[in-house]
Design a protein around this ligand. Structure first.
Ligand code: FAD
Length: 303
């Protein structure tokens, strides 16, 4: 209740106030900020995935601009020798306006990444976009088998079935590459697990399927019990280091992140940046009021 209240009123707070908490989770407004943070993380043996903030656009001109920004970002990252890849949200490229335009833009980004032996991760958005984002992934994967991956959300009841349905994309030479996360959007209980225990149970079931079938996975979570569950499965299936990595969001649970790195596992951090940080922060709050408590913690409990 309190979280909901805070989430509802925070967007009306002054921008400066929102920045006080947002800066812990966002590397900054500019590419230079993203490069600085990426180099810092790389120096700690942590890879990055870079994300230009912005989603749910209103015009195709915005989609074109977003594509240009990503193409430039790939160039700049390459010149800066960043050890990382890139995450894209299809709605930022017009998925909800014109699917073909969206495909063409993301194809250009993946082609650019492929030319530099890099990789594009398609973030998964809310459930009305799931089928389209899977279709987009399938189409791109056919052309760029090693340079594109998808996100799966363990809270969706369909995910285990999606994993089975997409097995045709997996091969020992080029394993299919997923990021497995819990899912951040508010979904209806008819299609999504709601309870913490249920989500975690299905997360680990999905992960077990992934390991059994020799699929590559980014284990994206800050939840200690899930990380420990993942450790157990890695041991059980003797999963080699080149078949998985852990992933966390920039600024979230840095101590836990350090402990995973110290255990000798590969780690990648999701680094968002860009002028649209305000919209991103407040939209995330409205989507998931639970985050409000994290934000309050970030504002009031330092360290
Ligand atoms: C690399 C990465 C990429 C992601 N990509 C997507 C995506 O494409 N689509 C999608 O729907 N979701 C995505 N997510 C979000 C994800 O679905 C979860 O909502 C988010 O990671 C929180 O879930 P959790 O697994 O950390 O567990 P939770 O049970 O939510 O959290 C476990 C603990 O982690 C800490 N924590 C979690 N989040 C925060 C926070 N924001 N601030 C401070 N502490 C926090 C808290 O201590 C909490 O108790 C991504 C997450 C990561 C890490």
């Amino acid at each position: 209740m309190f979280n909901k209240f805070i989430a509802a009123i925070l967007p009306y707070f002054p921008k400066k106030f929102i920045w006080i908490f947002s800066r812990a989770y966002i590397s900054g407004e500019t590419i230079d900020d993203a490069m600085r943070v990426s180099k810092e993380l790389n120096s700690k043996n942590i890879k990055v995935t870079l994300d230009v903030l912005g989603e749910f656009i209103k015009t195709l001109e915005e989609a074109e601009e977003n594509k240009k920004e990503y193409l430039n970002l790939i160039d700049v990252s390459f010149k800066n020798h960043i050890n990382g890849n890139f995450s894209v949200k299809p709605t930022s490229f017009g998925l909800l306006i014109d699917k073909e335009v969206c495909y063409t833009h993301i194809r250009e980004i993946v082609a650019k990444a492929a030319s530099l032996k890099s990789f594009i991760r398609i973030d998964m958005e809310d459930s009305p976009t799931t089928d389209d984002e899977i279709a987009l992934f399938r189409r791109l994967k056919a052309e760029f088998p090693a340079n594109v991956g998808l996100v799966l959300q363990a809270y969706l009841k369909r995910t285990y079935n999606d994993l089975e349905q997409m097995m045709d994309l997996n091969s020992p030479e080029i394993p299919v590459n997923y990021r497995l996360c819990k899912g951040i959007y508010v979904e209806h209980e008819s299609i999504a697990y709601k309870k913490y225990e249920d989500i975690n149970q299905h997360y680990l079931e999905d992960l077990e399927y992934i390991f059994k079938n020799k699929i590559y996975v980014g284990i994206a979570t800050h939840d200690k019990p899930l990380i420990e569950g993942a450790y157990r499965l890695i041991k059980k299936y003797n999963v080699p280091k080149n078949m998985y990595e852990f992933q966390m969001l920039y600024g979230v649970t840095p101590k836990l992140r350090e402990s995973v790195v110290n255990e000798g596992h590969n780690m990648r951090v999701y680094v968002p940046f860009g002028k649209q940080w305000f919209g991103y922060s407040t939209r995330r709050l409205k989507e998931n009021p639970k985050m409000a408590s994290h934000i309050i913690k970030a504002v009031f409990y330092k360290g």
